[in-house]
Design a protein around this ligand. Structure first.
Ligand SMILES: Cc1cc2nc3c(=O)[nH]c(=O)nc-3n(C[C@H](O)[C@H](O)[C@H](O)COP(=O)(O)O)c2cc1C
Length: 168
């Protein structure tokens, strides 16, 4: 089984999570950013994990376009859809997953999950910091502009890794 982990990442948090996942997979694995990925490469892989962060309720344009352009190829893969971000409420997580991943892909995927995220706050611009500060204050979390914020759902992450390691 050849596995591809393909990710979008604006500030680097999703890239860090995907790299950590790759280190726990037991078979041959490639890790690629969607930025320098050509669709023909998809045919080399049996299993594909696609991971992308949420910004204002959506995927970034390049990530959404990637899913649209490669829709039919992706439905032929052992596919895992992974969304990163900061969410605390299970209902919001469910509706976010429905909003960011097309229904047809969710139906064919082995798993569609939200795993939390890593926010590299020092790398963010002022606008991003202000938005995040509001989210943090709404959830009674202290906002520290010079420190990365990490909140990962380890149960979901470990299940995902377990599931991906099931096929040889
Ligand atoms: C301006 C802004 C908007 C965001 N909107 C959302 C959102 O709607 N839902 C969510 O779950 N997380 C949201 N986040 C959190 C990011 O998805 C989170 O920081 C993510 O880990 C960033 O990944 P990256 O470093 O790979 O770009 C937002 C963050 C910023 C700065």
């Amino acid at each position: 089984m050849l596995t591809l982990l393909i990710y979008d990442s604006k500030r680097g948090g999703t890239q860090q999570v995907v790299t950590a996942i790759s280190q726990q997979l037991t078979h041959a694995t490639a890790v690629q950013s969607i930025e320098n990925f050509s669709a023909e490469q998809l045919s080399d892989y049996d299993q594909v994990l696609f991971a992308a962060p949420t910004y204002a309720g959506s995927l970034r344009k390049a990530a959404a376009t990637f899913l649209e352009d490669n829709h039919s190829l992706l439905t032929e893969k052992r596919l895992f859809l992974v969304n990163t971000g900061i969410q605390f409420d299970q209902d919001k997580i469910s509706s976010q997953l429905e909003a960011v991943f097309p229904e047809e892909l969710r139906k064919t995927a082995q798993a569609t999950v939200f795993i939390g995220g890593i926010s590299l706050i020092p790398k963010m611009n002022l606008f991003e910091k202000l938005i995040l500060k509001k989210v943090f204050s709404d959830n009674q979390i202290p906002f520290e502009p010079k420190t990365d914020y990490k909140r990962l759902d380890m149960t979901t992450l470990n299940q995902l890794i377990y599931q991906m390691n099931q096929k040889n």
